[in-house]
Structure formats: structure tokens, C-alpha cells
Design a binder for this molecule. Structure first.
Ligand code: FAD
Length: 462
């Protein structure tokens, strides 16, 4: 039986970073991956394909310039699924190559096969070469998730699909039913709506993206309606069936029927734990396959850690990478500093949303004395030049200390723009920083200065 210092299970962003951190610390590391390609959902079916498709949607539809040249402006008429998928394989291949090179450079041994625990100190790997056993001092589980399934929604990989199957759709539907108003459902709703597809979004909660600031979500909802998206909130799907002429009907619990050419089921994901034989390691997962961990990502077994999507919220590639790094450092007793309160959220809706810190709802519940400063892209020269006149940036700050408590942005470049505010937030700065600093002109970054003035003016007038 081969012995390693650290064995990492799963080669997505969480597993890769855990393996690299451990290898950089001089440890002998094995990374086990059951798929042919490394990279996990992030590279192969989730983040990278969806963000590459989004880029194609924005470019080919001419979306970013329609405010300037008119709503009929297009780079390409009759956009096809093949157009959208065009660059995806290229980007995936490059990402896989880069990741493989990193693993090789760091001396990490890649083992192909499905891992399962034989006992708390032994991993059994079943691959094309047969079954092998490995032992290690430390194990890091980073097996990610897969789309949840429901007996009410019979997926057929044709016109009733989940997010893994989107790019295999032969053609753009005229009407698409999206079930699920979380990040994945909202992102695909936006992309298809921009392409001119009629989208009906069904969500059982009263609002979309329940963890985001309500005002920002309202702004997004306005955009979606403007793009003719029909939102069926507070509605649950009872059953889904195909009609004889190849359409799809979603029967809602409220007795409504929704008809479409295709249906995307985007309601939650399940942890990949079925093959792991967690019981043999003395670990249990919850009903959604999530593994409970402490603040150091340690499971109930002190030498076994779990990171990334398999531990649940926020299920972001960015955060998964960080969790992998921290877990490996903690397991090896290395000093590491990272504060989940400083982690950003990026939602690649159209327009984009990004935020950090607390929402107004959270601060109101905490009776925190806060004030808000808002800047609209339309009041900033760069916003006018780019034709994004609907974006806005919102700073929430403490009325007395003026410390930044939250940053919420909707609009072009939100995910990048957020990182300016993030630096001030992490360094415990006040919004006066934005007043005192000079930003390049014309930039969207100027929104920070305008929002800070707006907020401070509100304080002065009370
Ligand atoms: C459509 C979509 C869009 C997304 N967009 C974004 C985005 O824009 N930004 C963002 O930050 N995040 C995004 N995410 C989330 C992001 O993809 C995940 O947070 C990230 O991939 C989680 O990383 P991970 O390493 O935990 O798991 P994964 O990436 O899922 O990797 C897990 C790996 O473990 C392997 N594995 C599983 N079981 C075993 C086993 N028993 N033995 C060996 N190997 C095993 C799997 O094959 C897989 O390769 C998106 C997700 C989806 C689905």
C-alpha cells in the first residue's frame, strides 16, 4: 500500500488548492480524480462553460451597445447554440492544461479513479487499472456536487435538462421554462432572455437570490421583466410532462400550467458523497450530501478535512479555492489568515451583481445604525460612454464610525469593481477614504466617490 503525507480527493478548485498548498509545504501529496479530465464542475460543466457562454451571448447579441446604437443592434443575427458553444472547449482545454502543469510542477501525483474509504486511514481507488489502496496522515475531501434530481422533473437530456446539459441543446428554444431562482437559474435566465428567448422563471420563494440585498435584486427583477421574463414567484412545480408535439408543460401546485419548448431544472445541488463510503471513515453527511466541518474545515475525524461545495454554502469556485488552501495549512499546522466575512460574491446575471459584507436587511435586524450612499452609473461619465445607464453602486456604512459595512453593485463590471471596496472593507477603512482619493477619469471606479459623497451628505442633513 502506497503511503502519502496528504491525500486529496477531487481535482476541482478546492482539491487543487489543497494539494498545491500541501505540496508547497514539502509534503508528499496524491490527488485522486474519478473523471478523465481534472478541474471538476468548475472547469468542465459549471463556472467556465457558463461564463464563456455568457461572454458569447453578450458579444453576439450586441447587448452592451444596445443602449447606444439601439435595441436592434446585433453582432450576429440568428445566433445558434453552436455559436455559443464555439469557444467553450478551447477555454476548458486551456484551463485543464494550466491546472495539470501546476500539479506536475508541484510534484503532486495524480491518481485516476473513484475514491472510497476502506477505514479512517485507508482510501481505496477503483480505476481502469483495477483497485489500489493508499494511506495518508491527512485526507482532504473535495468531491464537489452534482445537480439535484427530482421525481417531479423527468430529465431527458433533450428538452428537460439540468445545467450540465445546456450546451448540448441542439437549438435555441423559443420559450424556456427555468425552475429555480438561485444563482444558476438566474444566470441562465438572463443569458437566454438577452438572446430573445421568452423565459418563464419559476421560484418557490417570494424573491430571487434570497441572500443578496433586496434593492439590488429588485433592480435585477426590473431588468428581467424589461427583457420579457415572466417571473412566477411563490410557485412550486408539481410535475413536468412532454406534450405529443414535443413541448414541455410544467404543472404548478397552484394549478397553473406553464408551456415551453424546453425546461431547465436548476433547483439545488447534492454533495458527491455516495461513492466515498463515509461510514467506513466514521463520518456522516446530511440529507443533501453535505459534510459537516468546523471553522478549520475539519470533520469529526481530526485527520480528515472537507472543503468546497461538498460542505455547502456559498458553493463558489472562489471560496472553494480558499477553503482548500486553509484546510491544508490547518492540517499541517501552518499559520494562515483568512476571514469568511471578507469573501466577495459574484453573480454573473445580466447585468452583473457583486457584493460583500452585510445587506440592509441584516443590519436592520441587528438594529445597527447605518446609512447608505448610492451612485448611479448614469451620473458617471464612464457609465454614459459605455452606455450602461442602469447600473448602481451602493455603500452601506456605520453612521458614527463611518466604517464600511457592505458594498452592493449591479451593473457592468460589478464583479471587478467590487474589489476596490473590498480592500477598504478588509483594511477596516471608512467611506471617507473614497472622498479623499482621486480615481482615474472617466472610470466606473468614480462611483465609489459619488456614493461616499451621497452618503455623507445624508448624514450632514440630519
Ligand atoms: C452552472 C454553474 C455556474 C457556476 N458559476 C460560478 C461562478 O461564476 N463563480 C464561482 O465562483 N462559482 C461558480 N460555480 C460554482 C463552482 O463551479 C463550484 O463552487 C466549484 O466548482 C466547487 O469546487 P469543488 O472543488 O468543491 O468541486 P468540483 O469543482 O465539483 O470538483 C469536484 C471533483 O471531485 C471529483 N470527485 C467526486 N467524487 C469523487 C470520488 N469519489 N473520487 C474521486 N474524485 C471524485 C469530481 O469528479 C470533480 O472533478 C458555478 C457552478 C455551476 C454548476
Amino acid at each position: 500500500m502506497q503511503k502519502y503525507d496528504v491525500i486529496v480527493i477531487g481535482s476541482g478548485p478546492a482539491g487543487q488548492r489543497a494539494a498545491i498548498q500541501a505540496a508547497k509545504s514539502g509534503k508528499r501529496v496524491a490527488l485522486i480524480e474519478k473523471q478523465q479530465e481534472i478541474g471538476g464542475v468548475c472547469v468542465n460543466s459549471g463556472t467556465i462553460p457558463s461564463k464563456t457562454m455568457r461572454e458569447a451571448v453578450l458579444h453576439l447579441s450586441g447587448y452592451n451597445y444596445q443602449n447606444i446604437y439601439g435595441i436592434n443592434y446585433r453582432v450576429k443575427d440568428k445566433i445558434t447554440m453552436a455559436d455559443l458553444a464555439f469557444r467553450v472547449q478551447h477555454v476548458i482545454k486551456t484551463e485543464v492544461d494550466v491546472a495539470e502543469a501546476q500539479l506536475t510542477r508541484n510534484g503532486i501525483e495524480l491518481v485516476h479513479g473513484a475514491a472510497s474509504f476502506a477505514d479512517p486511514k485507508t482510501i481505496r481507488v477503483t480505476g481502469t487499472q483495477g483497485v489500489s489502496e493508499y494511506t495518508a496522515d491527512v485526507f482532504i475531501i473535495a468531491t464537489g456536487t452534482k445537480p439535484a434530481v427530482s421525481p417531479k422533473v423527468p430529465l431527458n437530456n433533450r428538452n428537460i435538462i439540468n445545467s450540465d446539459q445546456i450546451l448540448q441543446m441542439p437549438e435555441l428554444p423559443k420559450t424556456l421554462i427555468v425552475v429555480g431562482g438561485g444563482v444558476i437559474g438566474v444566470e441562465y435566465t438572463c443569458m437566454f432572455a438577452v438572446l430573445g428567448v421568452r423565459v418563464i422563471l419559476v421560484e418557490k420563494r417570494p424573491r430571487l437570490l434570497e441572500f443578496a440585498d433586496a434593492e439590488i435584486v429588485e433592480a435585477l427583477s426590473y431588468h428581467l421583466r424589461d427583457r420579457r421574463v415572466i417571473m412566477r414567484l411563490n410557485e412550486e412545480v408539481q410535475s413536468v410532462e412532454e406534450t405529443p408535439d414535443g413541448k414541455v408543460v410544467a404543472n404548478l401546485q397552484s394549478n397553473k400550467k406553464v408551456l415551453g419548448d424546453a425546461l431547465l431544472y436548476a433547483v439545488g445541488r447534492m454533495g458527491n458523497v455516495d461513492e466515498l463510503s463515509l461510514a467506513a471513515a466514521g463520518i456522516t453527511s446530511d440529507s443533501r450530501g453535505r459534510i459537516p466541518v468546523d471553522a478549520d474545515y475539519r470533520t469529526c475525524q481530526p485527520h480528515i478535512f472537507a472543503v468546497g461545495d461538498v460542505i455547502g454554502f456559498p458553493s463558489l469556485a472562489s471560496v472553494s479555492m480558499e477553503q482548500g488552501r486553509i484546510a491544508a495549512a490547518k492540517a499541517l499546522g501552518l499559520p494562515v489568515h483568512s476571514n469568511p466575512a471578507n469573501y466577495p460574491y459574484g453573480i454573473y446575471s445580466i447585468p452583473e451583481i457583486s457584493f460583500l459584507g452585510k445587506t440592509e436587511e441584516q443590519l436592520t435586524n441587528e438594529d445597527a445604525p447605518y446609512e447608505v450612499g448610492i451612485a448611479y452609473y448614469r451620473e458617471i461619465a464612464r457609465g454614459q460612454i459605455r452606455g450602461d445607464t442602469t447600473g448602481r453602486l451602493k455603500l452601506i456604512f456605520h453612521r458614527e464610525t463611518k466604517k464600511l459595512l457592505g458594498i452592493h453593485i449591479i451593473g457592468e463590471g460589478a464583479a471587478e469593481l467590487l474589489h476596490i471596496g473590498q480592500a477598504v472593507f478588509v483594511l477596516d477603512g471608512t467611506i471617507e477614504y473614497f472622498v479623499d482619493v482621486v480615481f482615474n477619469y472617466p472610470t466606473l471606479a468614480e462611483c465609489y466617490k459619488a456614493a461616499a459623497f451621497n452618503g455623507l451628505n445624508k448624514l450632514a442633513s440630519l
